[in-house]
Design a protein around this ligand. Structure first.
Ligand code: ZN
Length: 456
């Protein structure tokens, strides 16, 4: 086989959860599957206000500490100006994004704008909302963003990419079935089988199995012999939260990842069942209203749903455009409330807060004994700084702490089951700390080495 045939090179996502950057080469066609930032990428050299100077010096600091691979024909001219890698015209045809999670998409800002980025149409709406509400630090570059839906067949050079929706903890998540000149390659992205739309994941698995892939690139977030976390479904989260809120006479606070629309729907339903209203931030409201245009997703409308309210922060010196939309209607719309309203109606509300917005609790003033439900995964590390800070807030406000979370990822058993069902000629495990455990599957396994080409 010549070097121009089919190969996969994992630049990010080998032996680590997140940061997927997977190069697929078929003859002269080269595409990246995802281009995310690994969690904790910079932690060895940067902390707090000491951060890479990327706005000023592009990729210089990243290259210095070998935090990013030096690849010719990939990055934008501004990114390379201060580095020893010379800019050259793009040598890559496209980036395909599986879903809009930080660890799958964030680094496309470094990629040459001349290289188009393909993503699902709901993912594109989330991207735009993220850019509009994320402040100065959030950018995805000026690429041509081309959106697709399930059923599409996107032709790029010698490849035909078939995106198929999967269920994950963010809308617009896809796996890819990719037709190459040497057979089919399947890529899972991130997926789960215990969520509200497991039918979508099953559709992907069925389609991939039909193609008898020469290779499958599979996520393995929960592939581990020691997974101490609870195995709840979204329905379990709803039932547990309903029980917790039903008996409570005080404010109910819930903390979860704000792009998880399933979780938003779950807590809207918990609010309805407990005759409360679910209060979300302007940022979350903006995302929901951006997604509303997509008729295929069932998205609650915070400005119309009788069980939802939008919370505006008080005293913003220079509110951003998306904040102003809601601020201007405070007092005239009965769907918009501020801290004084929440403070006065504590036993009628479920208040959403993300870690970064904990300070709103100072304005809201939850009475001692208020409920706090953490609806995200327990921290991995014992010495997690955010966890320490959260604990201090909980005890300062004397909150009644509970945990209720359903993972965005399939369990180890489900992942191995999926692999066996698709039965590829070779399996390449990514997005996992335990690629060797995949050897328990009934097909050959090739654990990737970072930046090393795997010829297929
Ligand atoms: Zn994800």
């Amino acid at each position: 086989m010549s070097s121009k045939a089919l190969s996969v090179t994992v630049y990010g996502g080998a032996d680590q959860i997140g940061g997927n950057k997977i190069l697929l080469e078929d003859r002269d066609t080269r595409v990246f599957l995802d281009f995310g930032e690994p969690f904790g990428l910079k932690d060895d050299f940067f902390v707090d206000w000491l951060q890479p100077r990327d706005k000023r010096t592009g990729l210089k600091d990243y290259f210095h500490f070998d935090l990013m691979p030096k690849i010719r024909g990939l990055y934008g001219p501004d990114q390379l100006e201060d580095t020893d890698l010379r800019y050259s015209e793009p040598e890559f045809d496209a980036v395909f994004i599986s879903h809009m999670h930080f660890d799958h998409v964030m680094h496309i800002k470094f990629v040459d704008d001349k290289i188009p980025v393909h993503l699902g149409s709901a993912a594109e709406r989330i991207r735009q909302s993220w850019e509009a509400t994320g402040g100065n630090n959030v950018t995805f570059g000026d690429h041509e963003f081309k959106s697709f839906r399930t059923g599409a067949k996107v032709k790029v050079g010698s490849l035909e990419v078939e995106p198929i929706h999967v269920d994950h903890s963010v809308p617009g998540a896809y796996g890819f079935v990719i037709h190459t000149s040497e057979g089919c390659v399947a890529y899972t992205g991130d997926m789960r089988l215990h969520g509200p739309r497991s039918d979508m994941t099953k559709e992907f698995v069925r389609r991939a199995a039909e193609e008898k892939p020469v290779a499958m690139i599979c996520e393995g977030t929960r592939v581990s012999d020691a997974d101490p976390r609870e195995d709840l479904s979204e329905k379990d989260v709803e039932e547990r939260a309903k029980r917790l809120v039903a008996g409570h006479k005080k404010l109910a606070i819930v903390s979860f990842y704000p792009k998880d629309v399933d979780r938003i729907r779950t807590f809207r339903d918990v609010a309805r069942a407990s005759r409360r209203r679910f209060v979300i931030s302007t940022k979350v409201a903006h995302m929901l209203q951006s997604l509303k245009g997509d008729k295929r997703i069932d998205v609650p409308d915070p400005m119309a749903d009788p069980n939802m309210l939008v919370y505006v922060r008080s005293g913003l010196a220079r509110p951003q455009a998306y904040d102003k939309v809601y601020l201007d209607r405070l007092g005239s719309s009965d769907h918009i409330v501020d801290a004084s309203y929440v403070a006065k109606h504590q036993d009628e509300l479920i208040f959403h807060t993300d870690f970064m917005q904990l300070a709103e609790l100072i304005d809201v003033g939850p009475s001692p004994g208020s409920l706090f439900i953490r609806s995200k995964s327990e921290p991995f590390e014992e010495d997690d700084v955010q966890e320490e800070v959260l604990k201090n807030w909980i005890s300062w406000f004397k909150l009644d702490f509970h945990q209720a979370h359903a993972s965005g990822h399939a369990s180890m058993r489900e992942i191995f089951d999926t692999v066996n069902r698709i039965s590829p000629k070779v399996l390449i495990p990514v997005h996992t700390e335990h690629p060797e455990l995949f050897r328990r599957c009934s097909c050959p396994v090739q654990p990737p080495e970072a930046r090393k080409k795997i010829s297929l």
